[in-house]
Design a protein around this ligand. Structure first.
Ligand SMILES: *[C@@H]1O[C@H](CO)[C@@H](O)[C@H](O)[C@H]1NC(C)=O
Length: 444
């Protein structure tokens, strides 16, 4: 293990440096700098409003080139719902209207002909609009003047006002219960950690190193959830994460690496089947750990840049690719173990014991695949098909699946005085060793 611990420490340092030098924009308050952009539509952000929502938009340093622009009413910001946005595109394609800002399906926020005449070469404006139809809205910038380049700094704040409590809620409707949900899961993992510690203490004679490693994975997961709850709750109340996001990314990173390492280690049977790792098994770890670093950096960029961030699609592809590679890589050791056990069963004749191990590893293989499939595919599908009001269901489904995976892994690989799997194995192994020794002595 020594030769790759160096490289992983280096990678860890690189990742921490990368994360700390990233400029963090707080999640629901968005600041975007647009430079010499002639796109006809620039999406800024999206947000789920309740009946008492508000958008505050501050735009500074506006410069248009070439100056005097022919028709300023063709430039501006607007809101549209996910249902209405496609209609607007259709209208333009049909030639009914020249510009999205004129569509009846959108809600104009500010047109540039409202800009006050100014002696400065740059303009700015500040506007606050009430949104009272509860829906998921996209905020977009539209520029329908051909070849006109726009530069400006956009700062948008969207929030809902709770008339009952008088409090502002900067989390999109449907995500507003996330702080509470994450805190609940934090408590569950805390309890799980306590149960596991108690189990380790009670069975301290049959505990392997991997069991302590499992404890650290549970603790990291709990801390990760606590930071996520803190992050979301600060954003909910103030629109900014107050540094909780950095802690959250740090623990996500540590949790990701330890979880994948744990799946590999259990797959190889390390510490309870054999005390060492084969070279090819080490290679899987050397492969997975750097990929996890990349996956985490991609995740940070995706989270921080918002739904319409720069290069978002590229980062999403990077994350998907790396994630798929990691998920495939962790399956290899399990497959190797299954193959070895099958061969051993044929060779040494201890069919009963080997069959038991084989069943356990086959089950584990299926559970790992189901876990990966559910958290990657099903959760994504759920997030796409559910209405914005139920955006919390995706994270809840993912957390429940993860919890089930942790509980299954812990339960099946728990230390146990009378674990038939380990006990028979040890006894038979000892008996066989004893028999061999006797045989040797007899011959001498
Ligand atoms: C949004 O703008 C309105 C009107 O200017 C102001 O009263 C309100 O405090 C602003 N809200 C935030 C969160 O900045």
């Amino acid at each position: 293990m020594a030769n790759f611990s160096h490289s992983s420490v280096l990678l860890l340092i690189t990742a921490v440096l990368l994360l700390t030098t990233t400029t963090f924009t707080s999640a629901e308050i968005r600041s975007i700098d647009i430079r010499s952009d002639s796109r006809s539509n620039i999406p800024i952000d999206e947000f789920g409003f309740t009946h008492s929502g508000r958008l505050n938009l501050t735009v500074t340093q506006i410069t248009l080139s070439p100056t005097p622009a022919p028709d300023l009413s063709l430039i501006g910001f607007y809101l549209c719902t996910l249902d209405a946005c496609p209609l607007r595109v259709q209208q333009i394609q049909d030639g009914d209207i020249p510009c999205a800002l004129q569509s009846v399906h959108v809600k104009p926020v500010f047109k540039f002909n409202q800009l006050k005449p100014d002696h400065n070469p740059t303009h700015s404006f500040d506007i606050s609009v009430k949104v009272s139809d509860a829906n998921l809205f996209s905020l977009l910038f539209s520029n329908c003047v051909p070849d006109l380049k726009v530069s400006m700094d956009v700062h948008s704040v969207m929030y809902n006002y709770n008339p009952k409590t008088g409090q502002l809620d900067y989390l999109s409707a449907g995500k507003s219960s996330l702080p509470f949900i994450y805190f609940l899961f934090f408590l569950v993992y805390l309890a799980l950690g306590a149960v596991w510690s108690y189990t380790l203490y009670k069975n301290r004679l049959t505990v392997y190193k991997i069991h302590f490693f499992m404890l650290s994975v549970v603790i990291l997961k709990a801390l990760n959830l606590l930071c996520e709850a803190g992050d979301k709750s600060y954003i909910k109340r103030s629109g900014s994460a107050h540094g909780w996001d950095i802690l959250f990314y740090l623990f996500s990173f540590l949790k990701g690496i330890t979880l994948f390492t744990l799946i590999v280690l259990i797959g190889t049977g390390w510490s309870f089947l054999k005390p060492y790792l084969q070279d090819k098994e080490k290679r899987v770890l050397i492969f997975v750990i750097p990929l996890q670093v990349v996956a985490n950096v991609a995740q940070v960029v995706i989270d921080e840049t918002g739904p319409y961030g720069h290069n978002l699609e590229t980062w999403k592809k990077v994350f998907l690719l790396v994630d798929i590679l990691c998920c495939c890589a962790v399956l290899f050791p399990i497959v190797w173990s299954i193959k070895n056990l099958r061969e051993a069963a044929k060779m040494d004749g201890k069919a009963a014991v080997n069959l038991m191990k084989l069943t356990l590893f086959r089950q584990y293989y299926i559970i790992v695949i189901s876990y990966i499939y559910f958290t990657r595919v099903v959760v994504n599908a759920l997030e796409t098909i559910t209405s914005y009001k139920f955006q919390w269901t995706g994270p809840v489904a993912a957390e429940l699946a993860t919890l089930a995976f942790y509980v299954f892994t812990g339960y099946n690989f728990r230390p146990k005085v009378h674990n038939p799997y380990f006990a028979i194995d040890d006894e038979e192994e000892e008996a066989a060793a004893e028999a061999l020794k006797l045989e040797d002595e007899f011959e001498l």
